[in-house]
Design a protein around this ligand. Structure first.
Ligand SMILES: CC(C)(COP(=O)(O)OP(=O)(O)OC[C@H]1O[C@@H](n2cnc3c(N)ncnc32)[C@H](O)[C@@H]1OP(=O)(O)O)[C@@H](O)C(=O)NCCC(=O)NCCS
Length: 202
C-alpha cells in the first residue's frame, strides 16, 4: 500500500503576515513595529551610538544615516516592506524610563517554510544590561507560537562576540559556521559567519 503524503499546513502568506506581532511587552521593554513617531528617538540613538553602529552595521556605513531625513525615509521604507511581508522592524523602549533602547528587524523571510532571520542593535548607552537578550527571546518565541515559524535564525560575524552571545543567551543553537562568508565593510577583513537557530522543538 502506498504511504499517504502528510498534509502540509496551508496557511496563506496574508494570514501569517497578520500574525507577526505588532506590539508586545517584556519584563522591562515595550516593543512595537516601527512607526512615524519613532523618527526622533531613532535619530537620537543613531547619533549617540554612531561609532558602535558604524563599526558593525552595514546600513550605518554611510554618513548620511546620521541625517534625520534618512531616518524618516527608512521609516517609510520599512512600513512599505511590512505591508508586503518582505520585512519588519521593531523599536523598543524602556517601560519605566520611556527611553529608546534599540531595534530589531526580521529579514530574509520565507513564508512557505515559514522562517525568519532576526537582526538587532542597541543604543550603546544600554549595552550590558540584557535588554537585547530579553527582546530577542520574546520576539523569536512569539514568531514560533503565533506566526508558525519553523525556524528562526540569527547570523553574525565570527568577529562579533557580543552578537553571538545574545543568540546563545536567548537559547539559540549554534548550527553552523560558514567559512570566509563575509568581508567587514570597513576593514575589508574576511570573516566567518555563525548561524544560530531556534526551532519549535528547542
Ligand atoms: C550586539 C548587541 C545588541 C549586544 O548588546 P549587549 O548589551 O552585549 O547584549 P544584551 O543586551 O543581551 O546584554 C548582555 C550583557 O548584559 C549582562 N546582563 C546584565 N543583566 C542581564 C540580564 N538581566 N539578562 C541578560 N544579561 C544581562 C550580560 O551578562 C551581558 O554582559 P557581558 O557583555 O558583560 O557579558 C550590541 O553590542 C550592539 O548593538 N552592537 C552593535 C550592532 C550589532 O553588532 N548588531 C548585531 C549584528 S549581527
Amino acid at each position: 500500500m502506498q504511504a499517504m503524503p502528510l498534509p502540509i499546513p496551508a496557511i496563506s502568506k496574508e494570514t501569517l503576515i497578520e500574525r507577526v506581532p505588532v506590539s508586545f511587552e517584556t519584563e522591562r521593554l515595550l516593543i512595537r513595529r516601527t512607526c512615524d513617531e519613532d523618527a526622533g528617538p531613532i535619530h537620537q540613538t543613531i547619533l549617540e551610538s554612531w561609532d558602535a553602529l558604524h563599526d558593525e552595521m552595514i546600513w550605518a556605513a554611510e554618513e548620511s544615516r546620521k541625517d534625520f531625513a534618512r531616518t524618516a525615509e527608512f521609516i517609510r521604507e520599512t512600513q512599505e516592506k511590512s505591508l508586503e511581508g518582505e520585512g519588519f522592524t521593531f523599536q523598543f523602549y524602556h517601560r519605566r524610563e520611556s527611553c529608546h533602547v534599540g531595534a530589531m528587524g526580521l529579514h530574509h523571510i520565507e513564508w512557505d517554510v515559514p522562517k525568519f532571520e532576526i537582526g538587532y542593535w542597541l543604543n550603546a548607552n544600554h549595552w550590558g544590561r540584557g535588554y537585547m537578550t530579553e527582546a530577542v527571546s520574546a520576539l523569536s518565541r512569539l514568531l514560533i507560537a503565533e506566526a508558525g515559524a519553523a525556524r528562526v535564525e540569527i547570523r553574525c560575524s565570527s568577529a562579533n562576540r557580543r552578537s553571538a552571545a545574545v543568540a546563545q543567551r536567548a537559547g539559540f543553537h549554534h548550527e553552523a559556521t560558514l567559512a570566509n562568508d563575509r568581508r567587514h565593510h570597513l576593514t575589508h577583513e574576511l570573516h566567518d559567519t555563525h548561524v544560530y537557530v531556534l526551532l519549535p522543538s528547542s
